[in-house]
Design a protein. Structure first.
Length: 204
């Protein structure tokens, strides 16, 4: 039997055109070709096991009335999780998945604060900025200090998280993941989340 990326076992005939198979293959690719640092649990190395979990979970979500696209996420339940497994993974709408990806030090830069930029010309009254993409348009806000900019950024993301909780409450609860997202809906906790993210990645 031919292994996928040298480790995955596709034990279902004629499955390569299934969207679930593509999700499984993309997961293996991130771990074993692109070397993201994450790994797949032993159970999910066999496609039929992953397919079973995915179908049961998606059916539970569809039963709540959500019919949109779903994406596989491993970080909501466990910050900087390095394991793809039934315990750690969640199926999320793309906008929530993208929102979570923007949190943390992946967006850090010359200020040392996530998402806060400083222009080289310090003569400007407000040299620090935070940018967001809203409704397809880039929006930039400027501030006098990096602390003001970062506080604004945290408030913006808390608002986005609260909106997501309202919009996707039922589908998150169907996966027992509502509280995993709700815990990030305060400025204090979100700041701690990003500080921990920076610490973990600096040790990586």
């Amino acid at each position: 039997m031919c292994k996928v990326y040298g480790i995955g076992i596709n034990d279902i005939k004629d499955s390569t055109r299934d969207s679930t198979y593509q999700t499984w293959k993309d997961m293996l690719k991130r771990c074993y070709k692109l070397n993201s640092g994450a790994i797949v649990c032993k159970q999910w190395l066999t496609y039929s096991n992953f397919k079973s979990w995915y179908e049961v979970t998606s059916e539970r979500i569809r039963a709540t009335g959500y019919q949109g696209k779903l994406e596989l996420d491993k970080d909501l339940n466990c910050q900087n999780g390095l394991m793809y497994s039934p315990i750690d993974c969640t199926l999320l709408p793309p906008d929530v998945n993208i929102l979570l990806a923007k949190l943390g030090c992946s967006s850090r830069n010359n200020t040392g604060l996530a998402g806060v930029s400083m222009v080289t010309d310090r003569k400007l009254a407000k040299p620090y900025s935070v940018s967001h993409r809203i409704n397809g348009k880039n929006t930039r806000h400027t501030f006098t200090t990096p602390e003001e900019a970062y506080s604004f950024r945290l408030g913006y993301f808390v608002g986005r998280i609260e909106s997501s909780l309202d919009t996707y409450s039922d589908m998150l609860k169907a996966q027992c993941k509502y509280h995993s997202l709700a815990r990030l809906s305060s400025i204090e906790v979100l700041s701690q989340f990003e500080s921990m993210d920076a610490m973990v990645k600096s040790c990586g």
